[in-house]
Design a binder for this molecule. Structure first.
Ligand code: S3P
Length: 167
């Protein structure tokens, strides 16, 4: 059985929806960011601040290689995974790519009280969300097999919509 791979911007619910989806479908769940943190024994914030984004991207690509060899998993990726075409190719070869979308306002509201996204640790996180999202839009669009909006939608409903769309 092929994997179901969740892509999308930070705060679109990839991890939360992924766990629910895996549970519904009796599949295993894997979170690439979690895998990176476990192996590095460091938080993503710490990896970024000590070694920089490029180093993080290398770790991310390694984990994508690993995850793409699995079968019958629901896989949650980090929001920047689509920036490398190699990652996209590998993930596509291992399953269906589901793009979770949300408006910048919704993303801002979901993340405004969190502090574990180094790329949003800026004086104006809302502006940062808007400009990163704009830049990344074509990458998500290029990678996605199906698109599921998540604004004002509880994660259980998002998971159900994914199932309806795939099966
Ligand atoms: C990133 C998203 C994060 C994490 C890292 C970089 C990004 O994952 O991989 O902070 O570049 O968008 P989430 O999308 O799970 O927040």
């Amino acid at each position: 059985m092929k994997n179901i791979i969740l892509i999308g911007f930070m705060g679109t619910g990839k991890t939360e929806v992924g766990k629910i989806l895996a549970n519904y479908l009796k599949k295993e769940f894997l979170d690439i960011d979690y895998l990176i943190e476990e192996e590095a024994k460091m938080s993503i914030n710490e990896i970024f601040s000590r070694f920089g984004e490029e180093y993080f991207r290398e770790l991310e690509s390694e984990k994508v290689k690993f995850a793409s060899k699995l079968e019958n998993f629901v896989i949650a990726t980090g929001g920047g995974v689509v920036l490398r075409e190699d990652n996209v190719k590998r993930l596509k070869s291992s399953g269906i790519l589901v793009w979770l979308t949300a408006s910048p306002e919704e993303i801002y509201n979901r993340l405004k009280d969190t502090s574990n996204r180094p790329l949003l640790a800026m004086p104006d996180p809302y502006l940062q969300i808007k400009s990163l999202l704009e830049f990344r839009m074509p990458y998500y669009r290029h990678a996605a097999d199906i698109i599921i909006p998540t604004d004002s939608t509880p994660p259980q409903v998002v998971a159900e919509r994914i199932i309806k769309k795939i099966f």
